[in-house]
Design a protein around this ligand. Structure first.
Ligand SMILES: Nc1ncnc2c1ncn2[C@@H]1O[C@H](COP(=O)(O)OP(=O)(O)O)[C@@H](O)[C@H]1O
Ligand SMILES: [Mg+2]
Length: 257
C-alpha cells in the first residue's frame, strides 16, 4: 500500500527565550492510501500545530513532511502553493473556510478552477460534489448562513474535495456539533472513504469519534506520539497509561458506537 502522507521527526517550538516551548517533539506517522489515521489527544497536546506544520502555516524547526514523496517542508513560493493544494485542511469552524458573501455554488466553482470560477460552467461538477456530501443541487444558490452547522460542515468537505486533494486533514470538524449531527457528518466521511478511496488525517480530542472513522490511531500527549497502531489494537490493548486514561473517559455504548 502506498503512503500518501509521511511525517518524520517533526519538531516545532513556540515563543522565544525563557518562554520558548517545545510544542511538537519528534512527531512521526504515516497515512496510507485510502485509509484514515486518527490523531487524538487532549486540548493543548499539539494536534492543530501538527496540522498547521504539515501545510506549512506553522514553521517546523526540524523534520520532513512528504506528500506522495514530495517534500512540503523544503518547498517555497509557487512549488509550495502547488503542494498545498494537494493537502486540503477542513477546520473546526466552517465559517473559516467558507466565504459568507459567496453562494455555495460560487465557493465550489472557485475551488474547482480558481481561474474560471463560473457556476454555470461547472454546474455538473458542483451537483456531483454536493451529492457526494448528501446535499441537493439547489444548495448551490444558497449562502453559508442559510444552512445548519452540519450542512455547513458538509459544504466545507465538498469544497475540500473540489480541489481533488491527495489527502484531507480534518481538524475537530465535528467538535462544535451535537451528537446526532456529528453522526451525520461522520457517516458522510465514511461513505467518501469507501467511494473515493479518500485518504485522511482525522484530528479529534474525542476517542469515541475517532473510533468511528479511523483505521489507525496515533495518540499525542504533550507534543509526543505516545501510542500508534491499528484502531482495534489501540482500543483492545493500549500500551500507554495516557491512552488507558483516554479510553476510560469514552462513554460505554455512547451514541457513536
Ligand atoms: N501561535 C501560537 N503561539 C504560541 N503558542 C501556541 C500557538 N499555537 C498553539 N500554541 C500552544 O501550543 C500548544 C499546542 O496547541 P495546539 O496545537 O493548538 O493543541 P490542540 O490542537 O491539541 O488543542 C498549546 O500549549 C498551545 O497553547
Ligand atoms: Mg486544536
Amino acid at each position: 500500500m502506498t503512503t500518501v502522507l509521511q511525517v518524520d521527526n517533526l519538531d516545532v517550538y513556540f515563543g522565544h527565550g525563557r518562554s520558548r516551548a517545545h510544542v511538537l517533539q519528534q512527531v512521526s506517522f504515516a497515512v496510507k492510501a485510502g485509509t484514515t489515521l486518527g490523531l487524538v489527544g487532549e486540548s493543548g497536546s499539539g494536534k492543530s500545530t501538527t496540522a498547521k506544520a504539515i501545510v506549512g502555516v506553522v514553521r517546523s524547526a526540524a523534520g520532513t513532511v512528504l506528500v506522495n514523496g514530495a517534500n512540503i517542508a523544503g518547498a517555497r513560493g509557487r512549488a509550495l502553493n502547488a503542494l498545498r493544494r494537494r493537502v486540503q485542511m477542513i477546520p473546526q469552524d466552517p465559517y473559516a473556510s467558507l466565504n459568507p458573501r459567496m453562494t455555495v455554488g460560487e465557493t465550489l466553482a472557485e475551488a474547482i478552477d480558481p481561474r474560471r470560477a463560473s457556476v454555470r460552467a461547472h454546474a455538473g461538477k458542483i451537483t456531483e460534489l454536493l451529492a457526494l456530501v448528501a446535499m441537493d443541487a439547489d444548495a448551490s444558490q444558497r449562502y453559508p448562513h442559510e444552512f445548519s452547522g452540519g450542512q455547513r460542515q458538509r459544504v466545507a468537505i465538498a469544497r475540500a474535495l473540489a480541489v481533488q486533494p491527495e489527502i484531507i486533514i480534518a481538524d475537530e470538524i465535528t467538535s462544535a456539533l451535537d451528537c446526532s449531527v456529528q453522526a451525520e457528518v461522520l457517516g458522510v466521511l465514511r461513505e467518501l472513504r469507501t467511494r473515493l478511496k479518500l485518504s485522511m488525517l482525522f484530528i479529534s480530542h474525542d476517542l469515541a469519534v475517532v473510533r468511528h472513522v479511523c483505521d489507525e490511531i496515533a495518540v499525542l500527549y504533550q507534543g509526543r506520539i505516545v501510542e500508534y497502531g491499528k484502531r482495534d489494537d489501540v482500543f483492545d490493548a493500549p500500551r500507554h497509561d495516557y491512552t488507558r486514561l483516554l479510553l476510560d473517559s469514552v462513554p460505554d455504548g455512547g451514541p457513536l458506537k
